[in-house]
Design a protein around this ligand. Structure first.
Ligand SMILES: Cc1cc2nc3c(=O)[nH]c(=O)nc-3n(C[C@H](O)[C@H](O)[C@H](O)COP(=O)(O)O)c2cc1C
Length: 174
């Protein structure tokens, strides 16, 4: 899959099939996170891969907006240093890279930020210096997930040329 196709077809899904994701793909997902650029190259992040079924269930119980992660084959908790102003940007970039790397191998994923912080911290031994910023759940798609369509605003509503409000004219881009 080329990079543009991967971006254009990737969806956030909340349903996963029972097929196991192989170790090589899990490693590729973590490598994608590690290889992402961060503010001032600080690499302040840590990534906890959760695959044990009991731990996946605990992760779901520790969420306020992502209980669907209980059906994921594995998940990654993204931790960042909250003292850095760009921490959440870094988390977003690493997360998108992990999701795209997974999708390249046919593995779908979904993200959530609704975390019961204290419980998650205790259950996954997260130090106080790091913030659980988001969680990504991964797995193979089901028939329902493959039928999902992207719902996005048209380019004319979100992009301008040179100045705010100026329409993008493809003839002027060459
Ligand atoms: C910053 C951020 C926070 C999100 N938080 C949640 C969440 O708490 N729970 C959830 O189910 N989805 C969450 N999502 C997923 C979004 O709902 C999803 O990206 C959006 O609906 C687009 O989905 P699509 O790419 O499949 O069209 C979050 C996404 C982002 C980027």
């Amino acid at each position: 899959m080329d990079a543009y196709e991967c971006i254009a077809t990737k969806l956030d899904v909340r349903e996963f099939g029972p097929k196991k994701v192989p170790a090589e793909v899990k490693l590729k997902v973590l490598e994608a996170a590690r290889l992402t650029g961060s503010g001032v190259n600080r690499q302040h992040w840590k990534f906890i891969l959760v695959q044990d079924k009991d731990n996946i269930r605990t992760l779901a119980a520790d969420s306020t907006s992502g209980s669907w992660v209980g059906k994921a084959d594995f998940a990654v908790i993204v931790l960042t240093d909250p003292k850095l102003g760009f921490a959440k940007i870094d988390a977003g970039r690493a997360t998108q890279d992990m999701q795209l790397a997974a999708w390249n191998y046919g593995v779908v994923s979904g993200i959530y930020t609704g975390i019961a912080h204290e419980r998650l911290r205790n259950d996954f031994a997260i130090p106080l210096t790091l913030e659980p910023t988001l969680v990504v759940g991964f797995g193979y798609p089901t028939r329902t997930t493959t039928g999902k369509k992207k719902n996005r605003k048209p380019l004319s509503e979100v992009a301008y040329l040179e100045k705010f409000g100026n329409a993008i004219d493809p003839k002027k881009l060459g």
